[in-house]
Ligand binder design. Structure first.
Ligand code: ATP
Ligand code: MG
Length: 571
């Protein structure tokens, strides 16, 4: 077969795969498709692989839009058929022009990122990518009581792990002087005023839709003087408020706070500033002045949209196309820094990377891969409907991703000794994966094995089962130890195939995370341990690698001091 023919088939399928999977074709998947299409013509995988590899690299280097365009011309039928089955792509953005879309992800550096942040960051960066636009990482660090230096870097590290790239990055705290100028503009225009009322009076006023005298008196030139005093003194007895609408149905519009005094050292600016903008002010102003065209926020901010636009309109600043999506919530998991922090402070979890937490570090530790998180987020899509999803959805994409890629080994939970009376010594080579190219390991067997107690409990004398990959055993006696006899090597239909180890095995503890919340309260029973034996080859698996323990599930291995432990990801 001509390599040209292979190449043209490869191009079609690579484009199709790229269009389906967010612009990145997967080499293995494409090899599979090309092979299936050409095998009748006598082609071998070996002939295909290097050609596909080159084609996939080429296809992945062109933009998503070009991929789609080329596929539409080359093989529109491929677009039709599979698009219908699996369209996880994001819906088009309103008022978006190719090359002119700017998005941003604005985390507050007050904790480690969780899967909810991943949702936001993935959607933000995906749209920038789809439209050949720009994606900004902005640290919304205008509350010095919350911001901590370590989190700036930790958050970037977590985003990189997710595979997210940003075109530029800055801190909102870099722009405080600009914010002050804009505040002065608002005061001069009498669109903002200094309020000296106590927090209780302010709360009451908002509740009863009543204005205070500050609103008329402490604005304009008088307000400006007071503002300057506020910037000069550290006394926290006044705030700057927007002249909103005190009688608005939308309580967010009842003269929201724009600036307040927070006299705490800031991790970046130290004690240079003590007057800090609120989220309402900083968020709106930053989106506008940094050129963001399509800022996304979670739906809980919906009532504050009016404030956002009012501030920008008073300041005569460009209004971006603000959009909302639903906050990601997962059953039994705290997808919020506010809920995660107390768990850590009270010592209920081991840290931010506890495997029960939906932090990116916790998920990573437990063997959830970034590709799966991305796929999960895109599958969930852009809906505004608030819903609580089940973590099994994450598990199922993760499983699909890992299954063809990770090596398989034997791990025997709660082991029971098995003696095969008339066993011969054998040396077997077992594949590490049904895909034989992933290699194998060699095991020497004698008469002693270990098998899972759960399987033993279902056995009775006389039963035949198969030591997976080895031979059949007939049970002769069941006690503390199981005795059996060699029963040939031929596969017998419908016999249980059981994973095993020899006595040359390693002890392994596997930690199994469960749901950390039962309703709204902490579930103390959320982390289980399985003690067991893993086959010897597992000792050679590098720390951090994810494997599949046959009949048990996917487990990420980690060396703790000198001991190897496992974290269960899912079945
Ligand atoms: P948290 O309660 O976790 O502190 P937050 O919204 O205060 O949440 P930020 O660091 O301010 O956290 O958020 C950065 C971005 O991530 C925001 O745009 C926010 O809307 C988004 N985000 C945070 N949590 C979620 C979530 N659960 N689902 C979707 N997006 C989220
Ligand atoms: Mg926040």
């Amino acid at each position: 077969m001509s390599s040209q023919k292979i190449q043209s088939e490869a191009r079609k399928f690579a484009l199709q795969n790229a269009v389906l999977f967010n612009g990145k074709a997967n080499e293995k998947a494409v090899v599979g498709k090309v092979f299936a299409a050409l095998k009748k013509e006598g082609v071998t995988p070996a002939q295909i692989i290097s050609i596909v590899s080159q084609v996939v690299t080429q296809v992945n280097s062109i933009s998503a839009a070009d991929q789609l365009a080329e596929l539409t011309t080359l093989a529109p039928e491929l677009l039709q058929k599979e698009k219908k089955e699996k369209d996880f792509s994001l819906p088009p953005l309103p008022f978006a022009e190719k090359g002119h879309v700017v998005t941003r992800f604005p985390p507050e550096p007050n904790g480690y990122l969780h899967i909810g942040h991943a949702k936001a960051a993935i959607i933000d960066s995906e749209y920038a990518r789809i439209y050949d636009g720009k994606f900004i990482l902005r640290f919304d660090d205008t509350n010095p009581e919350n911001a901590l230096l370590e989190f700036y870097d930790a958050q970037k590290e977590d985003l990189r792990w997710l595979g997210i790239q940003w075109d530029s990055e800055y801190h909102t705290s870099d722009h405080l002087q600009t914010h002050y100028k804009l505040a002065e503009q608002l005061i001069s225009q009498r669109d903002a005023y200094i309020c000296k009322c106590t927090p209780e009076v302010i709360r009451e006023g908002r509740f009863h839709a009543k204005t205070c005298t500050c609103r008329e008196e402490l604005t304009g030139p008088v307000g400006l003087d007071l503002w300057k005093e506020m910037l000069a003194s550290r006394e926290a007895n006044r705030i700057l408020r927007l002249r909103g609408e005190m009688n608005s149905e939308n309580t967010a519009m009842r003269d929201p706070t724009l600036f307040r005094v927070i006299d705490t050292k800031h991790p970046l600016t130290g004690d240079t500033y003590h007057v800090w903008p609120t989220y309402d002010f900083a968020g709106a102003v930053e989106d506008s002045i940094s050129g963001v065209t399509h800022p996304f926020r979670t739906k809980e901010y919906e009532l504050r949209d009016q404030v956002y636009f009012r501030i920008l309109s008073f300041l005569n600043l460009r209004a971006p196309h603000l959009m909302e999506f639903s906050r990601l919530s997962i059953e039994g998991m705290p997808v919020s820094k506010r809920k995660i922090k107390p768990l850590i402070e009270q010592g209920l979890v081991s840290g931010f990377d506890d495997v029960r937490l939906p932090t990116l570090r916790g998920l990573k530790r437990r063997g959830i891969v970034p590709e799966a998180i991305k796929q999960f987020v895109l599958q969930q899509g852009f809906s505004k409907v608030e819903s609580v999803v089940d973590f099994s959805l994450v598990e199922s994409v993760n499983r699909k991703y890992l299954d063809p890629l990770v090596k398989r080994y034997y791990f025997v939970p709660d082991p029971v000794q098995l003696i095969v009376e008339n066993a011969q010594k054998k040396t077997v080579k077992l594949h590490l994966h049904p895909d034989a190219t992933m290699g194998d390991r060699t095991i020497h067997t004698a008469s002693t094995f270990f098998i899972p107690r759960q399987d033993v409990q279902k056995m009775k004398v006389g039963d035949v089962f198969r030591l997976k990959g080895l031979y059949n055993v007939r049970i002769t006696k069941i006690g503390d130890t199981v005795h059996g006899s060699y029963e040939g090597e031929e596969l017998i239909a419908e016999t249980a195939k059981i994973q095993w180890t020899t006595d040359d095995c390693i002890e392994l503890t596997v930690f199994v995370p469960g749901l950390i919340f039962k309703g709204e309260s902490f579930n103390p029973d959320s982390l289980h341990e399985i003690q067991g034996y893993a086959e010897k080859a597992v000792a050679g698996v590098p720390s951090g690698e994810i494997v599949q323990f046959e009949r048990v599930g996917f487990v990420r291995l980690e060396t703790q001091r000198t001991k190897l432990v496992g974290f269960f990801a899912h079945k």
